[in-house]
Structures are given as C-alpha cells and as structure tokens.
Write a new protein. Structure first.
Length: 381
C-alpha cells in the first residue's frame, strides 16, 4: 500500500471553526502526515482555508448539503438538482484525480458516497449529527448512508444509537474525537466587575443549542443573585439571522442587557474561559458531541450541560461536571446555584475529567482508530 501514494478526497459541509470543522482539520493533518495525497472539497471559502497546508489540494464546489430549510416542495427540488450536479462533478473529480477513497465528514452530504460507488471506490462517512424532528428525513438519510458507505464512524455512543436503527451494525464504529488543546497567545481582557460571577456559553446561535433556555436559566439565577453575568460566544448562519435578532431583543425586553452579553464569534476561546467562573452548554435536543466541553474542562473551568446526547458521555454521567434538565429552568437554576458554591465538588469533577481524557479522548488514540478505518478500506480497494 505504501509503494503507491494513495489519494483521499475529503468532503465537509461548511467552512468555519466550530467543533466538526476542527475535527475535520485534525483528520486532514493525520492523513497528510501519514503520506496520503489529500484532496479537500469545501462548499465555499472561509476561515479553515488559512489552516490547511499548502500541500493540500483545496477546491470549492456546492456539495448539495441537506438542511432543514430545504424540507419543503421547492427546497427538495432544489436539493435534487443540486445533488445531481454535485454527483456529476465529484464523479469526474474522482476519475480525473484517480482518487482511492472518499471521506465524508458529515451525514447531510450524500453526493460523495454516491460518486464513490459509481467509480467503484470505497466511501467512509464520519457522522457528527443526530437529526431529530423529521422521521422521513431520518429514514431517508439513514438508508442512503447505509447504501453508499463501506464504513461509518460516529463521534459518540449517542450518535451511534441514533443511526444504528437505519444502517448495518457491522459497518458502524464509534470513535471518540481526540482533543488537541492550543493556548491562545493573545490575552484580551473582557470588561467585567470584580464581583461578577461569569457563566460562559460557546456555540453557534442556532435553536437546538438552547440559547432561549439559557436566558430562562439566567433569569432564574438573577432572581437569586445579581452577581451572575453571562457571556454568550458565537455567531449564526445566515438562515438563522432572525433567531439571533429575537434572542437579543428578548434580553433587552427582560431588562437584562447589562447581565447577558452577546460577544459574537471569537478565536481566543481559552482566553475567554480563563476569565470565566463557570461554563454552560444548554442544548435542548441531543448535541452529538459538543467538543467545547473539553476546552472548558481543560481550562479548569467547572462545567454544566443539559443531560442529553454526547455531553452526558463527556461529563461521564455527572462525574466530570454538573448535568441539568433540558426542560426545567427553575430546577436547573437551583442546581447551578448550589454547584457554584460547592468548590470541593467542582474540584473533584475537574480531577476526574483529566483522568477520563487520557483514557477515552487522547489525540493519539483518535489517530490510531482513524488510521485503522482508513487503512482497512484502502487495503481492500
């Protein structure tokens, strides 16, 4: 296998620096360092471009990404036509560049798997999503991925348990992300009073991440004490701009704009966390594997998350942090209030998390498991 340089085409659904994109960059580096010729296709230009090495073959093309906004008659027609064009483009790209494996870093991209099968090369899906709310979409996606994949990686047991209903069990493997921590060089202080107890949230501003629920919890906590201050880090997709405006409007209407601050997207997350007292993640439907929880724990920041999805695995069922209900803001606020004053429990959680990182989430283990999946497919190709 090493005598002939194998070529891998990697597809991703966005060009940003949130969780799944960071993992994608890790995958690119792992495979590139292994000596494979790497081809990356993204739907558009963006911040990832500067982090991809010059030796990577980087191109842009619409990949027919399936999103909820297309779940209507006109939207479905749009996606069918876009996917047909994407399949044609990818098939040509695979043939012209003699690609040996297609790696798709997300479940909403189906064109890569279809094009791979047309060209009789293996297809690997790396799934980060738990799509809920539309059974037809779940069934369709599951059946298509099962049909057009040779292997499927899921980022958590929660993700695996969701997809196992639709795909062959012998195809699917859970591989936890291996977290690489980087300290920011620049320390930029954020304005706050010495008495403030800062609770920080970091995630894209989209509904399932639960920012409205966070505001509910903040409102309850501020009834208990005015010391609490909330920093909300993250931007949104263009299609959710109205959602962002509604969030900010609600904070103003509640008279809490001096206690709840929207700080937008930042690339100095560790600096923000160092100036915080507590981290919170308030997803209201299963978040597959919120890697930002690793960043908060790595920065010795006590961490709180709703008891859904991959957060439960990262916090080891409450041994590494506080789990709160996802639908009861008053109860959640009471639990958080007690947790804020329990320094001993916070320390135990942080100590436990460090041990858990080494066992389950090391970058070396991630690299080993990813290469095992890729190498097996290439050996059989």
């Amino acid at each position: 296998m090493n005598r002939i340089k194998k070529k891998i085409l990697l597809l991703h659904s966005s060009n940003d620096l949130y969780g799944a994109s960071k993992i994608f960059l890790q995958i690119v580096q792992i495979l590139s360092n292994q000596g494979y010729e790497i081809h990356v296709l993204l739907p558009s230009k963006g911040p990832m471009d500067d982090l991809l090495e010059n030796k990577i073959n980087l191109n842009y093309h619409s990949l027919g990404v399936l999103r909820k906004k297309y779940l209507n008659p006109l939207g479905l027609i749009n996606r069918i036509l876009t996917n047909l064009k994407a399949i044609k483009f990818l098939s040509s790209y695979i043939k012209n560049n003699e690609i040996n494996l297609v790696y798709t870093n997300t479940s909403p991209i189906l064109a890569g798997g279809i094009a791979a099968q047309k060209n009789k090369i293996p297809s690997l899906f790396h799934i980060h999503e738990i799509p809920v709310g539309n059974k037809f979409y779940e069934l369709f996606s599951g059946q298509m991925i099962n049909k057009y994949s040779n292997r499927i990686i899921t980022v958590s047991n929660s993700v695996r348990n969701h997809w196992i209903k639709y795909v062959n069990e012998n195809k699917i493997e859970r591989i936890y992300n291996g977290i690489v921590f980087e300290k920011n060089q620049l320390f930029k202080r954020i304005e706050k009073d010495d008495m403030d107890y800062v609770i920080t949230s970091v995630s894209r501003l989209i509904p399932y991440k639960g920012h409205n629920y966070l505001i509910d919890i903040a409102e309850e906590l501020l009834k208990k004490s005015k010391k609490f201050k909330f920093w909300i880090i993250g931007d949104t997709l263009k299609s959710y701009s109205n959602y962002e405006r509604r969030l900010k409007k609600r904070v103003i209407e509640l008279g809490l704009s001096n206690r709840i601050k929207f700080l937008g997207f930042r690339n100095d997350i560790s600096n923000v966390l160092e100036q915080s007292n507590l981290f919170i993640h308030t997803a209201i439907s299963p978040d597959p594997f919120p890697t930002v929880l690793f960043e908060s724990l790595y920065n010795n920041l006590p961490t709180v998350a709703t008891n859904l999805g991959g957060a439960v695995e990262i916090l080891d069922n409450g041994n590494n942090g506080l789990l709160i209900p996802y639908n009861d803001s008053k109860k959640a606020a009471n639990l958080i209030s007690d947790y804020c004053s329990n320094n001993k429990l916070q320390k135990n959680h942080l100590d436990n998390s460090k041990k858990n990182f080494k066992i389950n989430f090391s970058s070396e283990l991630f690299k080993k498991n990813i290469l095992k999946e890729v190498n097996v497919l290439l050996l059989n190709e």
